[in-house]
Design a protein around this ligand. Structure first.
Ligand SMILES: N[C@@H](CCC(=O)N[C@@H](CS)C(=O)NCC(=O)O)C(=O)O
Length: 246
């Protein structure tokens, strides 16, 4: 029996990974949109659903799943998904390969770790100096904060972030079409979608990272897939529908 699925989506978040996967798996799903607060944090509505108030969160029948890699792994393991793969009805690597496991952990544990740190320091630095997050700072203090947060983001974190991009580029450049190491996208490919989409098509597009030809080709291959196109369209439509109700 097809499970009932509700994806809790936060705007500009890792839940784009799950939209793409659900479209590839041809599973019907509902979407509940949560909009970030002006501080960029998740709103109370998401905290009411997920223990850490983070997205993505997914309700699978009565079970709440969090952590995108776990959500992806669980969906790929559903008996109906495994059956569909056996019958050739879906073009997805449903069994984890060694490469899949490595790159899935890498994408969140090493790569997003650094990008998340950069986003937090950048946004809170600005919140202190321009957003009134802390009142009564002197110009001298603001300059100090700007200098420190600029150094953390650009001199300390950026070269490390670039090294993670380069490592991923090196794997694909060896002739691998997908991070799964097979001829189909697997768990790790869905995991990479968030950061590569943000670096090539989203908020980090003009942030000065060097993205090599193999990663660009991977992204083009993803974006040429009807499921990825449907996913991004559904994400946009759901956000617009939810906005119109505010
Ligand atoms: N490791 C988690 C990370 C989840 C996470 O940090 N999500 C961000 C959005 S990309 C979030 O919900 N942020 C809201 C907040 O920090 O308040 C996963 O892969 O699902």
């Amino acid at each position: 029996m097809t499970p009932s699925i509700t994806l809790h989506h936060l705007n500009v978040s890792r839940s784009d990974r799950i939209f793409w996967l659900l479209e590839e798996l041809k599973l019907p799903y509902n979407v509940q949109v949560h909009f970030r607060l002006p501080t960029r944090s998740a709103p109370p509505s998401l905290h009411a659903i997920a223990p850490l108030g983070r997205a993505p969160a997914l309700l699978l029948d009565d079970e709440l799943l969090t952590e995108s890699a776990y959500i992806i792994h669980t969906l790929l393991s559903l008996p109906e998904v495994q059956d569909a793969a056996k019958k050739g009805e879906i073009d997805v690597q449903v069994e984890n390969t060694k490469d899949d496991l490595f790159w899935s952990h890498f994408s969140e544990g090493s790569m997003m770790n650094l990008f998340q740190a950069g986003a937090i320091v950048g946004a809170t630095g600005q919140g202190w100096t321009q957003g009134g997050l802390v009142k009564g700072l002197s110009d001298e203090e603001k300059k100090g904060i700007e200098k420190y947060s600029g150094w953390v983001v650009n001199a300390y974190l950026k070269p490390q972030q670039q090294s993670t991009i380069d490592l991923a580029e090196g794997f694909l450049a060896k002739g691998n079409k997908w991070f799964s190491g097979t001829d189909k996208p697997g768990e790790s490919d869905f995991m990479f979608f968030f950061i590569i989409n943000s670096l090539l098509g989203g908020t980090r597009k003009d942030a000065g990272y060097n993205i090599g030809p193999a990663l660009r080709k991977w992204y083009e291959t993803v974006m040429a897939r009807p499921a990825a196109q449907k996913a991004l369209q559904r994400l946009k439509d759901e956000e617009e529908k939810a906005k119109s109700k505010i």
